[in-house]
Design a binder for this molecule. Sequence first.
Ligand code: AMP
Ligand code: FE
Ligand code: FE
Ligand code: ZN
Length: 283
Amino acid sequence: MKIDLHTHSSVSDGTDTPTQLMAKAAAAGLAAIALCDHDTFDGLDEAAQAAAAAGVELIRGIEISAELGGQSVHLLGYGCRAADDQLLAELARVRAGRTERIPTMLQRLAEAGMPVPKEVLARHIAGSPSVGRPHLADAMVELGYVADRREAFDGWLADDRPIFVPRYSVPLRPALELIRAAGGAAVIAHPWGRQSREVLSEEVLTGLAGSGLLDGVEVDHQDHDQATRDELRELAGTLGLLATGSSDYHGLGKVNHELACNTTAEGVYRELRYRIDERGGMA
Ligand code: AMP
Ligand code: FE
Ligand code: FE
Ligand code: ZN
């Protein structure tokens, strides 16, 4: 049973619609898939319909922009009740921050000699409620300023590059509490990938495990090399955290993140579903 617990659609910064994504999941031989768009549940109803048609189990997910000590932490929530008012309010605040920073980034791009007309950007946002730097990157590609998203991030958009403008993210502990209150299960995405390794130390992960609010960590992810995976898997085992594996698929938006390139063990998947069920979530 192949299970991929972290993917994105065009409802955030992926390039496949939820319907296209579910068809590709079936074609890739996935039995179960989680759609985890950034800071929005908007793709999930379409995904559920398409998953049923494609014969794939859908787990309703989200990737919440969280932070700890000012560092970005991505938090996967599985099975959250999408009508939870407190969670919805906090997600709306994150999305507002995403939208509000865009004019400043456009101004900085123009000052750097790379003007991006609003209508070009709008075409790449394509109605997404969760505007991300990848949309800006795609506009820069179209205008010939960079070759691909990676070049846009490495040269201009990454957190330590000149165009970057920070935005609101949910403090990690309240984010974990919101997921729990909405009946969901919480897994930290790519905890020892690019940005978050310094802040998510062994000591911090130990504290989070002790809080009882964290269910697991994403161990098998393309941003983790083999040594990192081995080390993190062992720590997860020691701390009683579930270890997941996923592609973080973004369609054409991320190379080397093909569907099912990493997968989650069936036992871990069943345990997540069991916990969501126990908590009154909606897996
Ligand atoms: P934002 O959501 O605006 O904070 O932008 C962060 C998102 O950009 C991440 O969730 C990734 O999907 C994407 N991203 C970050 N770094 C890169 C990169 N080097 N190449 C392509 N996409 C990236
Ligand atoms: Fe993304
Ligand atoms: Fe992420
Ligand atoms: Zn992701």
